[in-house]
Design a protein around this ligand. Structure first.
Ligand code: 13P
Length: 259
């Protein structure tokens, strides 16, 4: 983390878990566990149908609400899709785009990811853009070229003002839901590379200001070590964000520097 120049963000990705009736009890359990002094921005990215309930429940605990996908289209005959205007309309402030699960199970391309990010920006919603390599790519030494391609493709045509609202999450596919976390050094290496790419495209100041998160089996035990890295500005957390105590511990780990 580098709290002087950029925001620290702890974002949970609930994926397709939890019901509306789970939200209030979750927040009530989480709230007393949160640090008294705020050391990060906290977001929970929930299924779209849970957004209103999360906004209501999260207000007092200062937890912003995000969702997990958006349509590339503005409106019209796209059954089942949810537009950026609709996401903004219900009050979600963030939306994950390009998660590897969507790339894998819904054939999302880098073009789709770029389009989705732009639609969100048009409506004032911050995209959390996910990038990450597969195990095969890592083992073949293709991590950096793959990340380079994904980041540049996702940001194509987004201007500096748009970039200011973007968050990038490095999520190595092999670390998601596997319990196999990237080492702090591995995660730092790629997050640092992402910052260099942003620097090449937008210059030094935007690169210094963008929050780059790590995701992939981040948990209560390993969060502090990952967050101590200079280019890791927070986490995108799956499994551990479903457990109030673990999520609170990760949030508290962002305060380690200030203790
Ligand atoms: P896990 O934390 O469960 O590995 O999931 C990470 C993730 O995919 C967050 O978007």
């Amino acid at each position: 983390m580098n709290t002087k120049y950029r925001k620290t963000i702890i974002a949970g990705n609930w994926k397709m878990n939890m019901l509306v009736s789970d939200i209030k009890p979750f927040i009530e359990e989480l709230k007393p566990l949160l640090p008294k002094v705020k050391t990060c921005d906290t977001v929970l990215c929930v299924p779209a149908v849970n957004v209103p309930a999360m906004i209501r429940a999260g207000k007092e605990a200062k937890i912003a609400c995000g969702t997990q996908d958006v349509s590339c289209h503005d409106k019209g005959a796209y059954t089942g899709e949810i537009s950026a205007a609709q996401i903004a309309d219900v009050g979600a402030k963030f939306c994950i785009v390009g998660h590897s699960e969507r790339r894998a199970y819904h054939n999302e391309t880098d073009l789709d990811v770029n389009c989705k990010a732009k639609k969100l920006l048009e409506h004032g919603v911050s995209p959390i853009i996910c990038v990450g390599e597969s195990l095969e790519q890592r083992e073949a030494g293709l991590t950096m070229s793959h990340i380079n391609y994904q980041v540049r493709a996702a940001l194509a045509g987004i201007d500096a003002a748009g970039l200011r609202r973007c968050v990038i999450a490095y999520e190595p596919i092999w670390a998601i839901g596997t319990g196999k976390t990237a080492t702090a050094e591995q995660a730092e290496e790629v997050c640092g590379e992402i910052r260099s790419i942003v620097r090449e495209i937008y210059g030094a100041r935007p690169a210094r200001s963008i929050s780059i998160l790590y995701g992939g089996s981040m948990n209560a035990k390993n969060a502090a070590e990952l967050l101590a890295m200079p280019d890791i500005d927070g986490g995108l957390i799956g499994g551990a964000s479903l457990k109030p105590a673990d999520f609170a511990t990760i949030i508290a780990a962002t305060g380690a520097e200030n203790e």
